[in-house]
Design a protein around this ligand. Structure first.
Ligand code: ADP
Ligand code: MG
Length: 328
């Protein structure tokens, strides 16, 4: 695996994103939502980095900012050593080829009126790559790579004629047909059964191995991240709270929130749940002053510390960082 001291391929530095909610039913604007709060992370070339957090923590916002679907309100985003904000002309075109996004829901992300061939070929057309016979060859090769075999039998099918797993493979083929350097998979299996999800993980693993594509894998499941990722970052309410190798973070979590995520996991379907050791059942009132984002829910919070300031990430061991005053 690439060493942490090689320059990262992607860096987010102190990125802030605030959404101004639409007007409410009675014409009042809602409170602004701070989706990302001085959020920093970086991804090394060739690795699979897992960004893990519960729903609403800001994961999709990270992916939308990276591909330019949203603009940050503060901070910077660099790809291959250059800022992606304000890229123009040929540089933007090269960037939109190099970075591809796979969405959560293959039912929504595929155009119902496009055949599999049209769907996978479209990026080649947009980027003006190949003539029609070269495009057909490339589409078939890519379908094969994505595990849709024999590829010819899929070319003229439409999304409604495919299973959920096959649709997600088509979406992956569409992303891979441009031979990107960087793939973002935003909860790519959350709409799929466990066994199909596992096959998609195996496919992503194989893509990394075969094409050395770097991946940002976004998930709410630490178990999924452990299967697939080299490193993991845990995001809580728009801030990175812990980061380390997948094994370290999942076998030896330090942040109370990471511990709660792990403890909660095997409890699904448990009808007599015990309280989680690090997570309060009810939130504490939020102090006015700046405070740790997890303070309201944390059972381990230190009085007169966690409610007074926000912790920053500190290194515990090489490559393992945690933002928690318990470790200062
Ligand atoms: P995740 O992908 O981790 O579930 P998101 O990045 O989608 O989280 O959302 C982070 C926060 O920003 C949530 O509180 C969400 O409600 C809010 N949010 C996301 N998109 C918008 C939007 N377009 N307008 C207003 N609020 C939004
Ligand atoms: Mg999301």
């Amino acid at each position: 695996m690439s060493a942490l001291d090689t320059p990262p391929i992607l860096t987010l530095t102190e990125v802030t994103k605030v959404y101004h909610a639409r007007q409410g039913l009675f014409g009042r604007a809602g409170d602004p939502v701070i989706a990302l709060d001085r959020f920093s992370m970086s991804v090394q070339p060739g690795e699979i980095y897992g960004l893990v957090g519960e729903s609403g923590s800001g994961k999709t916002t990270v992916s939308r900012l990276i591909v330019g679907l949203e603009k940050p309100d503060g901070g910077r985003i660099d790809f291959s050593g250059a800022s992606i904000i304000g890229l123009g002309g040929t540089q933007r075109k090269a960037f939109t080829r190099a970075v591809q996004l796979i969405f959560q829901d293959p039912y929504q992300s595929l155009n119902a009126h496009f055949s599999v061939f049209d769907t996978v070929c479209e990026p080649l057309v947009i980027h003006g790559l190949g003539n029609s016979s070269e495009r057909l060859t490339k589409v078939c090769q890519t379908l094969q790579v994505a595990g849709l075999q024999p590829p010819e039998s899929f070319l003229n099918r439409y999304p409604h004629q495919l299973s959920g797993g096959q649709r997600q493979r088509v979406a992956i083929a569409r992303a891979m047909v441009l031979e990107p350097d960087f793939l973002i998979a935003d909860e790519p299996t959350s709409m799929l059964d466990a066994s199909i999800s596992f096959q998609i993980f195996q496919l992503l693993h194989r893509l990394r191995k075969t094409f050395s594509v770097t991946m940002l894998f976004i998930t709410h499941s630490l178990a999924a991240a452990r299967h697939l990722c080299d490193r993991v970052g845990v995001i809580y309410r728009g801030r990175l709270v812990e980061e380390g190798t997948a094994t370290e973070t999942i076998l030896g979590p330090r942040h109370p929130y990471t511990k709660a995520l792990l403890e909660a996991h095997p409890r699904f379907g448990n009808h007599d749940p015990k309280p989680l050791s690090t997570l309060r059942e009810e939130e504490r009132p939020v102090p006015d002053a700046s405070h740790c984002a997890f303070y309201p829910r944390c059972r381990m919070a230190l009085d007169a510390v966690c409610d007074r300031q926000a912790p920053t990430l500190r290194q515990l061991e090489p490559g393992h960082r945690v933002a928690c005053f318990r470790f200062e």
